[in-house]
Each structure stands twice: as structure tokens, then as C-alpha cells.
Design a binder for this molecule. Structure first.
Ligand code: ZN
Ligand code: ZN
Length: 337
């Protein structure tokens, strides 16, 4: 079978390897669709501090059951599945309080162990989630990015009565926007690309700000009548932005962070203490696949609006170059297997 193999940073190729046999408690999945994520690009370029090499990348993927390992009875060949890429030990402190996504021994498919950009992958049965037979595989592959939104919105206790400012209108900003609008939350979105902001307006953002043209702090103050923003989610992850988030937050405000930068941010304790701010990191998802699958089934979000381009998986390098060369046109790119 063919796989997308990153031997080491900057070395990505299609490689021929044997089809894995499903072990005890595993299912062999014939992968049919995979979404390219910023973190796949970072593993390729050597800028993901968490990745291990060599690696078959890909953590947003779906396919059909091809074969069952010993002891697996809950699936039948041909069933469609989406894959939760998070694996955890089940016994450490975070696992014991229902936070397996920050397990002490966390391993993520496509990051710490081999992932889904492969024609076949053998996976523990507990990582699979059945999807309806009338869903496209592409729709199945889009469950994972929406779980990122489900996770940060539950971490930050976003509610329908909230006002939410989202920084970044790329794929992650857009899934957060869709997931928040499904609650009825009033949303503002900031970015530097007008096309993305138009998209955000079409998805229900009541205010959009191009931060190259306008002051976000001024616009946010106008939007809230000077009261400050109750909930801010940073899907950009630029360390420079953090002091501004502290200033824009309302008293008792919450800030959700998704970025992976190793650079320090300056932090004014006075802002955080005098307003009693809460700051939440959010990583991956904690068992959010069933919830997101029900959003999709109920038509509560529109995953298909996220997809901008499709490539055969053998052209993964061309796809990544296309993403880098066309930041304003590209949203989610799907590889077809
Ligand atoms: Zn991703
Ligand atoms: Zn654990």
C-alpha cells in the first residue's frame, strides 16, 4: 500500500509499505479521505515541537472497515468510520478526571504514532466512530476539525448568551464560528484576509475586522459598548496578540488559547487580576466525536462549507505547496484515497 511518509523534516514522499494486519482489538480501515491540517504542514517543515520522526502523517481521516482483528465484534466490513486521533492511557491524573486529550502518555495518530494518510491503517477499535452510510468520506474526515471547536467551546463554557470574538478566520476559526453560531452566540471575527472575513460574515459573524486596516481593540470596544468582550478565542496563536486579548476582555471574561507557539507572550498580571480573567488552553478533543457526529446528522453545522480544494493523495506535496502559495483562496484541502 502507499503512504504519505515524512522521513525527517523537509523530506516527504509517497512510499510503498506492507498493509498492516489488524492486531487484537484493532480494526483495519481502508482510508478514503483525509484533511490536511496546519500541523501536518508543521511536521513536514520540522516546526511542530511535538512530532516524532519518521512518521506517516494525517490525523483528520475517515474510511471504511476492511478487516477485524481478534476480539472485535462491534463492526462489520464496509461500515464507514471517522477516527478520533487521540490515544490515552486511561489511568493517569488527567485521564482519571475525564481529560484524556492531555494524558501524560498522550499519543496522537499522525503526530506521535503513524497516522491516516495511508491506504490502510490498523487502529484500536475504541478510536473508531461509526458514521452514516450516506455520508461522504470527506464529511467523515471533517469531524475531527469540528471536535477542536467543540472542545474549546466547552472548555470556555461558551453559551448562547455570550459574545465571542474569534481571532483568525482560517479553518479553525471557521469551525469555532459555526459551532458557536449553532448555540446562538453573537460572534465577531478578526483576520487579515478579506475573503476569509466575507466567509465569516456568510457563516453568521455580526462583526468582522481586518486587522491590517482597522484597530481590533477599537472595533471590539465599539461592538460591546465599551464593556469588553466576555469570551475571546485565539485561533491564530501569535504570542504578540496576547496582551491585546487581556486588554479587550471584559471583567470576568474568558480567553481560550489554541496556538502552539514556543515564544513567550508578555503578560500584565494587573489586567488578569483586576478583571478576574480565566485563561483556558484547549488541545485536541476530549471524547467529542459523538457530539460532533450528532451536529452533522442534525444539520446544525455545515461541514461542506469548510472544503475548498481536493487532491488525489499521491499529489500531497502539490497540495501542500498550493496551500502555502494561496493562503487567501484555500480553506480545508481534502486528500482522496
Ligand atoms: Zn488538525
Ligand atoms: Zn492518561
Amino acid at each position: 500500500m502507499k503512504v504519505v511518509f515524512v522521513e525527517k523534516p523537509h523530506s516527504l514522499e509517497i512510499r510503498e509499505v506492507p498493509v498492516p494486519g489488524p492486531g487484537k482489538g484493532e480494526v483495519l480501515v481502508r482510508v478514503r479521505a483525509g484533511g490536511i491540517c496546519g500541523s501536518d504542514m508543521h511536521i513536514y517543515h520540522g516546526t511542530n515541537p511535538l512530532a516524532k520522526y519518521p512518521r506517516i502523517i494525517g490525523h483528520e481521516f475517515a474510511g471504511e472497515v476492511a478487516a477485524l482483528g481478534e476480539g472485535v465484534t462491534e463492526y462489520a466490513p464496509g461500515e464507514r468510520v471517522a477516527v478520533d486521533p487521540v490515544t490515552s492511557c486511561g489511568t493517569c491524573y488527567p485521564c482519571s478526571i475525564g481529560r484524556p486529550n492531555v494524558c501524560e502518555r498522550l499519543e496522537v495518530f499522525g503526530v506521535h504514532r503513524d497516522g491516516g494518510f495511508a491506504e490502510f491503517v490498523a487502529l484500536p477499535v475504541k478510536n473508531l466512530h461509526r458514521i452514516p452510510s450516506d455520508w461522504s468520506f470527506e464529511k467523515g474526515a471533517l469531524v475531527e476539525p469540528f471536535t477542536i471547536a467543540a472542545n474549546v467551546l466547552s472548555r470556555t463554557e461558551c453559551s448562547g448568551g455570550d459574545r465571542l470574538l474569534i481571532l483568525g478566520a482560517g479553518p479553525i476559526g471557521q469551525v469555532i464560528l459555526q459551532a458557536a453560531r449553532r448555540l446562538g452566540t453573537a460572534c465577531a471575527v478578526a483576520d487579515i484576509v478579506d475573503v476569509r472575513l466575507e466567509k465569516a460574515r456568510s457563516l453568521g459573524a455580526e462583526l468582522t475586522v481586518n486587522t491590517r486596516k482597522d484597530s481590533l481593540e477599537e472595533k471590539a470596544a465599539e461592538w460591546t459598548g465599551g464593556a469588553g468582550v466576555p469570551l475571546i478565542i485565539d485561533a491564530v496563536g501569535s504570542p504578540d496578540l496576547f496582551p491585546s486579548l487581556l486588554r479587550m476582555a471584559s471583567p470576568a471574561g474568558r480567553i481560550g488559547l489554541l496556538g502552539f507557539s514556543k515564544e513567550p507572550s508578555s503578560f500584565v498580571q494587573l489586567e488578569a487580576v483586576k478583571k478576574e480573567l480565566s485563561i483556558f488552553g484547549s488541545r485536541l478533543n476530549r471524547n467529542k466525536f459523538p457530539e460532533v457526529i450528532s451536529w452533522f446528522s442534525g444539520g446544525e453545522v455545515k461541514p461542506e462549507l469548510l472544503v475548498s480544494h481536493r487532491f488525489p493523495f499521491e499529489q500531497v506535496r502539490e497540495a501542500m505547496k498550493f496551500i502555502e502559495d494561496n493562503p487567501s483562496e484555500v480553506c480545508k484541502v481534502i486528500l482522496e484515497f
